[in-house]
Structures are given as structure tokens and as C-alpha cells.
Design a protein around this ligand. Sequence first.
Ligand code: SIN
Length: 275
Amino acid sequence: MATSTINAQITVSPLTPGIGGVVSGIDLTRPLNDGAIAELKDALADRLVLFFRDQPIDHEAHIALARAFGGIHIAPSTAPWRVPDHPEVTIIHADADSKFVAGEDWHSDMSCDEAPPLGSILYLHTVPPVGGDTVFSNMYAAYEALSDRMKAHLEGLRAMHDAVVGFGGITPEGMTLPRHSHPVIRTHPVTGRKALYVNKGFTTYIEGIPRAESDALLAYLYDHVQHPMFQCRFAWQPHSIAFWDNRCAQHSAIWDYFPQTRSGYRVQIAGDVPH
Ligand code: SIN
């Protein structure tokens, strides 16, 4: 697939045929004009996840960038993952003292919310010399690769998504973690395409069928979404940004760099209730 110049403003180089685009010709640290925002929306709809190099963005510009695409989704994070005075910004950090990292299992961010975030914008200022990539998987492709019989079987089913699972069994003090049910197959509100919407990080069971059947079906689907055919893999550099669409992509952060440091900030864009 060739590099495409969508119009005079940005250039998008596909990372794989199905998912991922490296965007150049844009400075995300400054306010974007309407044309640039429209181009980024088109590129996101086409590529599912966009990558940008050399964008040393501060918190204000990061929040403003997210606001250009919708409201802000506030993640239920607590200290030490909160940036003082900026509740919109979550710290993503791992180093030699870390016992876990955010987002290691395949997941779609906060799918346990009634209206999960439309997208997430992650900026890393510090990355390990090697490793620490993020892998993304295309949930349209995962849906389309299912057999017609399996598509028909999943159509109309709903599954429970629970933050207690996503947060590794830890409930931050004073918080009630969300759990909500969503369609197993959702329709993307912008593209109108169907996408598989269960993920290992948050989904606990499919409703209305025996638990053993649900466990077996989810195990199959979790394995299915990890097929390399659906994936792209992003190698971070200092000051890279990744902007992904949680409605049609899952991701997994690879923690292969211990005891090195990987650090940055994430802002999420408010989404709607999946249908
Ligand atoms: C996340 O799941 O939001 C974090 C992804 C990453 O650190 O690469």
C-alpha cells in the first residue's frame, strides 16, 4: 500500500495493509485548524491507529488535541498515576521498581464503562533503548475473518466488561469500579462497519449462555483477535505519539524491557454507548 497524501496538510504511511499509519506533516503541539482535524479523523477511520514522531507535547496541548476530537474521558486512576492539576492526564510509567504495567493484556481501553472512550492519545517522552513496543489489532478484520456461522452465532449476544478484572483485582480506595454489558459485535458509529468487541482485559462472560460455553467462546475469540494478520506493531521513540480508536482496535503493551524505564502520558476522548 502506497503512502498517501490525503491533501496538502498530512501524509499517512501505512504500517501494514490493514492497520496503522505513520503521519507526517503535522505539529500536534500547536492548535490544529479544522482542515487538519478533518484529515486526522479520516485517517483514523481508515487506519484505526495513527503514529506521530517528534511531538514533544505538554499537558495543555495534549488535552487540547484530545478535545479537538470530542470531550475528555476521565480515567479512574489514582495517585501515583494522576498528574496534579490535570485530571484528564494519566501517567503511563514503568521502571525497575514496577510490579506490573498498564495494558499488558489485549484490551480496548475502559470497555467496562457504559460509554467507553472513543480513542486514546498516548505520548511517551522516555523509552527503553530497545523494546516497549505496543501491538494493535484490527477488530473489523477479526470480525470479518470469522465464519458466517460464527458471525450468526455472535450476532445479538452481549458480554459483561468489568474493571475489577482490568485493574488486576485492585479497587482503588474510595472507588467503585464500573462494569457494563456491551454487544459482542458492535457497529462503528463513523464507518458503519461491524467490529468484534470482546477483550481479554475487561470482558468476563457472555450473557444468556452457560458459563462454560461463554468461557470456551471467549477463549476462542481472545485467541482469534491475536492473529498476526490483524496486527501492527509500533516501535516507540522519545516524543512519539500513538492515537488509537478503541471502537475498532485492541492493543497490548509489551513489557519486555524490565528494568528499563518507559514513561509518558495518556489522554482519552469520550465515546458513546456501543451499539
Ligand atoms: C494503554 O493500554 O493505554 C497503554 C499502552 C502502552 O503503554 O503502550
